[in-house]
Write a protein that binds this ligand. Structure first.
Ligand SMILES: NC(=O)c1ccc[n+]([C@@H]2O[C@H](COP(=O)([O-])OP(=O)(O)OC[C@H]3O[C@@H](n4cnc5c(N)ncnc54)[C@H](OP(=O)(O)O)[C@@H]3O)[C@@H](O)[C@H]2O)c1
Length: 271
């Protein structure tokens, strides 16, 4: 029987590339997004259902799972990919922005997983893949909120993997490095307040470092291949670093104590 994957945040970047990749591999794909009415490419593919899912809207999550089951009869894999980056000064960030970052990147992932679990339990198995980041293992300045969400994704995924083993469901964490997507544009929500002069040297250093790092990222297809490997390798491996930059950085983190690694980041940002 053909396997089926449900993907959140399929409108662009990693979600879209993964939808295309699984489709090419002969899977059924439930490509969910907030605004399916804007989609033209995925809707034209056989065995791809494009349907609405906003991870902040629980009724849209239920409706998307139901629509997927109606179309394909089963769901084998959930890819929790939807997410964005709220960066900047904590002191200047309104509470609703703080809540929204955790709502989308953490609570939305949990709600979507909860909605799919009864079905995976009834099937006696399946896989939940959560897109984390190198930012779930290391931190950069002015990433308090984003790193908070991705460290949460790492911890909740690891804890959940024990629980879901009871129902034959595997949990996989995929950790991309820098990927050429809309993450640094549309999905980058930066908050500053220039009247908070004490922080402005740091804000300047952040944008200088970001400019340097924004070149030479991986293509989203690299992450799509990592997700495919995580789903199909037949192992119980929990974490998959995606791309050489992420592998190098996380190896350096694992080999260093806090003071050494964090000292290196501080130096890199010229602080
Ligand atoms: N790019 C990187 O360097 C990088 C590195 C590590 C991890 N990641 C992670 O990879 C994931 C995908 O990001 P990307 O790089 O592919 O960026 P992207 O191209 O900007 O894609 C982000 C996706 O998330 C969706 N999204 C945002 N809020 C949503 C919500 N409330 N409900 C449903 N979908 C929502 C966006 O949908 P709309 O089109 O409706 O906005 C979009 O489809 C994120 O979890 C991100 O943290 C990215």
């Amino acid at each position: 029987m053909t396997s089926t994957i449900l993907i959140t945040g399929s409108s662009s970047g990693i979600g879209r590339a993964t939808a295309r990749h699984f489709h090419r591999q002969g899977w059924n794909v439930i490509a969910t997004m907030r605004r399916p009415e804007n989609e033209t490419e995925l809707t034209a593919l056989d065995n791809v259902l494009v349907t609405r899912l906003d991870v902040q809207d629980p009724s849209s999550i239920t409706a998307a799972v139901e629509a997927g089951l109606e179309r394909f009869g089963r769901i084998d894999v959930l890819l929790n990919n939807a997410g964005y980056g709220a960066y900047g000064l904590l002191e200047a960030t309104p509470t609703d922005k703080i809540r929204r970052q955790f709502d989308v990147n953490v609570l939305g992932l949990l709600e979507t997983t909860k909605a799919v679990l009864p079905h995976l339990r009834a099937n006696g198995g399946g896989t939940v893949v959560n897109i984390s980041s190198i930012g779930g293992k290391v931190t950069f300045p002015l990433g308090t909120l984003y790193h908070g969400t991705k460290f949460a994704v790492e911890g909740l995924s690891e804890a959940l993997h024990y629980e879901l083993a009871a129902i034959g469901v595997k949990v996989k964490i995929v950790e991309p490095g820098f990927v050429n997507t809309d993450f640094g544009g549309r999905s980058f929500d930066f908050t500053n307040d220039e009247t908070l002069t004490e922080y402005q040297k740091l804000v300047g250093a952040f944008f200088a470092a970001q400019g340097q790092m924004s070149t030479g990222g991986d293509e989203p297809e690299v992450v799509a291949e990592t997700v495919y490997q995580a789903v199909t390798d037949g192992t119980d491996r929990l974490r998959y670093t995606s791309g050489p930059y992420a592998a190098g950085l996380l190896a350096a983190r694992a080999a260093s104590d806090d003071a050494t690694f964090i000292g290196g980041i501080t130096q890199q940002f010229g602080l």
